[in-house]
Design a protein around this ligand. Structure first.
Ligand code: DGJ
Length: 729
């Protein structure tokens, strides 16, 4: 089994295929971080690390001047007991003090993995595919227990971590900070890689060298956000796509988070991630527990690409769930960019018929079908059909769409309410707000208070009626604003700082109920594009709208950055019209098609506006996509060229046995008299003989891997080239 405990040295060792993680209990009972990195057979007890005399570092045991919490690498540190670095957690006891000194009390090792109460988490299908270590720390004086949970998935080379705080005393405890994990990494000199951006520029790769002190990545928006993603990686300085050491840390959470690294005086790097402690507190009554979200840890000794592939497979198979988890995702035609709010039943039917003729499998009716909604200003919360636009209702409409040979899907935004809505008029206190203060609008809407069960109950009732009333096989669940004035009319004054986290817990509960009630519906997450593209949402919805920016040139960067953590089947990518509605740029159709074909492909255009030639090209590519869809959505991604490091991008998807692969190279601006570009196809099998079907060429894999092929593109901007390799032996 992967988890061992050495009683003599008080050393826990977690060994997987390529990774080891070790934790040691000090003589006084402190939990020390001993190792995380490439698999090793055994770790010797860390006297050198745990015992380290340093001038001016305090000693918890006056008789052991070699031991100081200020200098040792720790696993889940407190504050106030002489470690001066940022703690993993902080609580305030009834006496007002915030000093805490937890020591190891007990541990247990068992097969399988328990779910996390109230939170999305990874899972095992059979208890023998994972093993869990639970270590309980105790601060006896304050009556606080902390249970750290480590699960090893040896078959995936992935470890998960989480923490649970329990009030075991007789008085109230206020949690001020409760991160999901920290670990003090011994080797310094790392780079920090994060996925940052904005609306329409989500998840751009940013890499910087760590310096002494704090470096953080965080969201204070109530959602994981387009601005930062709940993920970071530490990289050895020369690590690249296919070489070097990479430590990836991803948080299964959709709200405000804090992540980062603190490099201390001795070059120990404390990494951390969890619910953002900023403007957060949580009252824990005697006997109550607080569960922190789960973190997923991936070590790669072979670059960022291997880390991504590990995350992809693990998230695809052990985070995503439901009927669509392993199924090829349907080709969608979404009407948003085609019509915005301006459509009627006839338009819908015409678009659905055209979608079917092109080979699309699902028609999605976006915003504007409900209440009195004709623009952004009204009706959110009134989830009944707009009879002026769709006089015969959704039941009849879905049947008409189905008659065109495509499934019917619908957009909703259930977490929101417009001031101009029946729901708001009936329940003005059901939105997030602070009594007596103004309610800031964003996109002319307010956020419903999902911390309240009666609010969740009413949303569930409306959506159940909606989904039962028509043949709706797909739901696009949108969320178009961040949270301001974070207060709840239903919570006591001393619990108001619990609202953002309670909102997320309420959202998860609602999603849990709805996805269980409608197990055959394909749910797609969305938040003004990719404003909440995180593992928490992926647990409920196996795919997410990646960005409102559908310009292929921009989109390649967004897709490339998103693929650092998230699997291609989750990354939806639609072909839209030119000039593009976000950038006003005109990218050739072929390039738009191939850019979308490198992920979960769909259309976001009005087929009536396509020329005959364009229609044929789209039809042909949809047919082509269906032949490579499994490879792209469920294959192994190799990023061959980064759009963040030049004017080109390239991707390769290989089957697990490497016998089939597709690759695409995209060049942005054309250059006169340009040098010859060769593309090397990482991911192919060196000993396989491949036929490239586009050109008919036959090559050994080692030539393709190491020498590559010339790209040779036509003149002009935004061109691409596609290769399809089949092993002949
Ligand atoms: C934002 C989404 O990202 C878009 O795709 C579209 O659904 C609009 N909302 C509709 O209001």
């Amino acid at each position: 089994m992967p988890i061992l405990f050495d009683e003599k040295d008080k050393l826990f060792s977690i060994h997987m295929v390529g990774t080891s993680y070790c934790i040691q209990v000090s003589a006084a009972g402190y939990l020390c971080h001993a190792y995380w990195g490439a698999r090793i057979r055994e770790l010797h007890p860390l006297d050198a690390v745990v015992k380290k005399m340093r001038a001016l570092s305090p000693n918890t045991d006056p008789d052991d001047l070699d031991f100081s919490l200020d200098t040792v690498p720790l696993e889940y540190p407190a504050f106030g007991n002489s470690d001066f670095r940022a703690p993993a957690f902080q609580v305030q006891f009834a006496d007002g003090s915030t000093v805490c000194d937890p020591k190891v009390k007990s541990y247990r090792i068992f097969s399988g993995k328990p779910p996390l109460t109230g939170l999305p988490s990874t899972y095992c299908e059979h208890t023998n595919e994972a093993e869990t270590l639970e270590i309980t720390l105790e601060d006896a004086f304050g009556g606080l227990e902390i249970t750290l949970c480590y699960t090893a998935f040896p078959g995936y080379d992935v470890m998960t971590r989480s923490a649970r705080l329990k009030n075991t005393g007789g008085s109230e405890i206020r949690i001020l900070r409760a991160l999901s994990m920290t670990a003090d990494m011994r080797c310094g000199g790392f780079d920090l890689l994060q996925l940052s951006g904005a609306w329409a520029r989500e998840r751009q790769i940013v890499r910087r060298q760590l310096v002494p002190g704090m470096q953080t990545v965080e969201s204070r928006r109530g959602v994981s956000s387009a601005q930062q993603n709940p993920f970071f990686a530490l990289l050895s300085p020369h690590a690249g796509e296919e070489s070097g050491e990479v430590y990836g840390v991803s948080l299964i959470y959709s709200g405000s988070f804090l992540a980062g690294a603190e490099v201390d005086q001795f070059d120990l790097t404390r990494v951390f991630i969890g619910v953002n402690p900023f403007d957060f507190s949580w009252l824990l009554q005697p006997g109550e527990s607080f569960q922190c979200p789960e973190t997923v840890l991936v070590y790669s000794g072979a670059g960022l690409g291997k880390m991504s592939r590990t995350f992809h497979r693990f998230y695809r198979e052990r985070l995503c769930r439901g009927a669509y988890r392993d199924r090829e995702r349907p080709v969608v035609l979404n009407n948003w960019e085609a019509t915005h709010f301006d459509f009627d039943a006839q338009t819908v039917e015409t678009l659905a018929a055209a979608a079917g003729e092109l080979g699309a499998e699902l028609f999605v009716l976006d915003d504007g079908w409900f209440g009195n909604r004709n623009d952004e200003g009204s009706s959110l919360g009134d989830w009944f059909v707009n009879r002026r636009k769709l006089p015969n209702g959704l039941g009849e409409l879905s049947a008409r769409v189905n008659a065109c040979g495509v499934l019917f899907g619908l957009w909703i935004e259930p977490e929101m309410v417009s001031r101009d809505s029946n729901l708001y008029r009936a329940h003005p206190d059901w939105c997030i707000h602070v009594k007596g203060r103004g309610r800031t609008e964003s996109r002319r809407q307010l956020v419903l208070d999902l911390s309240r069960s009666e609010v969740r109950g009413e949303i569930e009732r409306m959506l159940t009626e909606l989904l039962q009333g028509a043949n709706i096989r797909y739901v696009k669940w949108d969320m178009n604003r961040n949270i301001t004035e974070a207060g709840s009319a239903a919570l006591a004054p001393d619990r108001q700082r619990e609202v953002p986290h309670r909102y997320i817990l309420g959202l998860y509960e609602l999603l849990d109920r709805l996805t269980k009630k409608f197990p055959d519906v394909l749910f797609e997450g969305c938040a003004s594009g990719g404003g909440r593209f995180d593992p928490g949402m992926l647990y409920y919805m196996p795919q997410i709208w990646t960005s409102d920016n559908t310009d292929a040139a921009e989109r390649l960067k967004i897709q490339y950055g998103t693929s650092v953590v998230y699997p291609p089947c989750a990354i939806t990518a639609h072909v839209s019209e030119v000039p593009n509605q976000q950038t006003n740029r005109s990218v050739p159709l072929e390039t738009r098609l191939f850019a979308a074909m490198m992920e979960n492909f769909g259309l976001e255009l009005d087929p009536r506006r396509l020329s005959g030639e364009e229609r044929e090209a789209v039809k042909k590519q949809i047919a082509n996509y269906k032949t490579i869809r499994r490879l792209v959505q469920f294959g192994d991604l190799f990023r061959l060229k980064s759009p963040f490091e030049g004017d080109a991008a390239a991707f390769l998807y290989a089957a697990p046995d490497k016998k089939e692969a597709v690759a695409t190279y995209f060049r942005m601006l054309g250059v006169p008299n340009a040098p010859e570009v060769f593309l090397r196809f990482a991911g192919l099998g060196p000993d396989l003989r491949y036929e490239e079907t586009e050109s008919g060429g036959v090559y050994w894999g080692d030539e393709l891997l190491h020498s590559g092929l010339p790209v040779r593109l036509n003149d002009g901007d935004f061109r691409c080239r596609f290769w399809h390799f089949h092993a002949t032996r």
